[in-house]
Design a protein around this ligand. Structure first.
Ligand code: OKP
Ligand code: ZN
Length: 344
């Protein structure tokens, strides 16, 4: 399968992440992509193609206009306000603060549009986020055009970004934007299968009241893991979307047998649903050595689950999400893709 990639991901290069009370170099760094590209080359895995420019119209199908305006000007406004560091939210419209409207001052407005303070905004963030959406949309176009599968090498990732919120290293929800593109081009039912270690709260929120996009997520139990406030098993959708959201919260130390059992349950639901395409939110942070996660998958397990996903027999778009064991993220990514191709 083809990989869609652009060097513009490097524009997302913030210097600070708030972690354990310290500002540290971000886990979500440009080197992640370099390791994936190196492994794709070493294993001669298909062609690398550049993205087309889709503009903001398909992004606006998912994200609110005022949120996009905020993202596009946040860094300039932050600098103009005279703040010395990168843009980090510190105040939110939280419980018993019902005056929920975006304030004018950027230090307040960033809190209105943010779900977690670890993620700094700096110069180039908006441009890189737009380029990642183009990467996802280009992969979607390849699959919609008849390719069995494609790999969108998106960076920054997307699955924590909701209609009007950034955080968890995510700004635009690349997978949701691609899923919506499948719908807008005529697919009646689309599944988004999120295998990143973290719950895809943004994707869940975006499709929660809709029956036309089935969202399924395997993730660290939110009682124990980021994003903490969404991802429980009893979140099944609302209104017309009731029954079309499926969460598999899994305990600390979960290894491949239990993880694969949850995956097979998810795949059976995708089959029963009658999805016409599947978008895989592909996070590699389920790996046993991931620095911020607690599952115990081995590198060979990634090959195995790539095969299992292929057995759906569906047009499949892989969209990169997380994965922070930087040296192994390339191996584990290409293992999924080659496992898929062996079985496809
Ligand atoms: C993004 B993705 C360590 C805790 C970090 C945010 C995690 C975001 C994960 N500083 N909390 O889903 O891989
Ligand atoms: Zn993750």
């Amino acid at each position: 399968m083809k990989t869609v990639h652009t060097e513009k991901h490097r524009l997302r290069a913030s210097k600070t992440e708030l972690n354990g009370g310290q500002l540290v170099p971000p886990f979500e760094c440009p080197e992640r992509v370099e390791h994936i590209l190196a492994e794709l080359a070493a294993r001669r895995h298909g062609e690398i193609v550049a993205p087309d420019a889709f503009g903001l119209a398909p992004v606006r199908r998912i994200h609110d206009g005022a949120y996009l305006d905020f993202l596009s000007t946040c860094w300039e406004e932050w600098q103009a306000a005279g703040y010395a560091g990168e843009a980090i939210a510190t105040t939110w419209p939280s419980r018993r603060m019902p005056l929920s409207r975006p304030p004018r001052e950027i230090d307040g407005r960033i809190g209105y549009y943010c779900l977690a303070a670890e993620t700094s905004i700096s110069g180039g963030t908006w441009e890189a986020a737009q380029a990642a959406a183009d990467v996802a949309l280009t992969g979607q176009a390849l699959v919609a055009g008849g390719a069995r599968a494609a790999f969108a090498l998106c960076r920054p990732p997307g699955h924590h970004a909701a209609q009007d919120m950034f955080g968890g290293y995510c700004f635009l929800n690349n997978a949701a934007i691609a899923a919506q593109a499948f719908r807008d081009q005529g697919a009646a039912r689309v599944a988004v299968l999120d295998v990143d270690f973290h719950h895809g709260n943004g994707t869940q929120a975006i499709f929660y009241d809709r029956p036309d996009v089935l969202f399924l997520s395997l993730h660290g139990d939110p009682d124990e893991a980021f994003p903490y406030f969404l991802g429980a098993a009893d979140e099944t959708g609302t209104g017309a979307g009731e029954g079309f959201n499926v969460n598999y919260p899994l305990a600390p130390g979960t290894a491949y047998p239990a993880w694969a059992e949850a995956l097979e349950n998810a795949l059976a639901r995708i089959r029963a649903y009658g999805a016409e395409a599947v978008v895989v939110s592909l996070g590699l942070d389920t790996f046993k050595e991931d620095p911020i996660s607690f599952f115990k998958l081995e590198s060979a397990d990634f090959t195995d689950y790539g095969r299992r996903i292929a057995r759906l027999g569906l047009p499949t778009l892989f969209v990169l999400e997380g994965g922070y064991a930087v040296a192994e993220v390339g191996i584990n990514t290409v293992n999924v893709l080659t496992g898929f191709e062996e079985e496809a």
